[in-house]
Design a protein around this ligand. Sequence first.
Ligand code: PNS
Length: 159
Amino acid sequence: MRRVVCPGSFDPVTNGHLDIISRASRLYDEVVVAVLINITKKSLFTVEERMEMLREVTAEYGNVRVDRFHGLLVDFCETNGISAVVKGLRAVSDFDYEMQMAQMNYSMAKVETMFMTTNPLYSFLSSSLIREVAKYGGDVSGLVPEQVIGKLRARVAES
Ligand code: PNS
């Protein structure tokens, strides 16, 4: 089985993430969307909330499952029989760090990285910008899945 992991923080999932996940689901037998558990980083949504949103927005894809991991991504890959990572590249500015991680993952465990060019509609998008725009009441429709909009509004209103 050709299984690939799409790792990230997904705080929250954006339409850019979803575009990469859906395209990967057409290329691989199974796509595992893996949410990084990072206790040192303050997040807007808990890992459980992020996983729930990801499950909702990927429900239409029969070969996508959502999981979580901590520690090294290559260890998660080994435990789950995954030999490749899929990542979206938005711009040249993403490239340096992504290439370092890809080479490190290959060097550590021969885990391959497949880069997909982001849909230009979403090339400026990041979860951190979405959080900032939402915090000040900006309109994020069309940038995150419908199911996420209400949850974002509610969360920023609480904080
Ligand atoms: O959405 P993000 O925060 O940009 O995702 C970054 C992520 C989770 C893909 C990256 O930080 C990662 O793989 N972290 C796991 C720790 C790890 O394996 N580090 C070594 C990578 S070379």
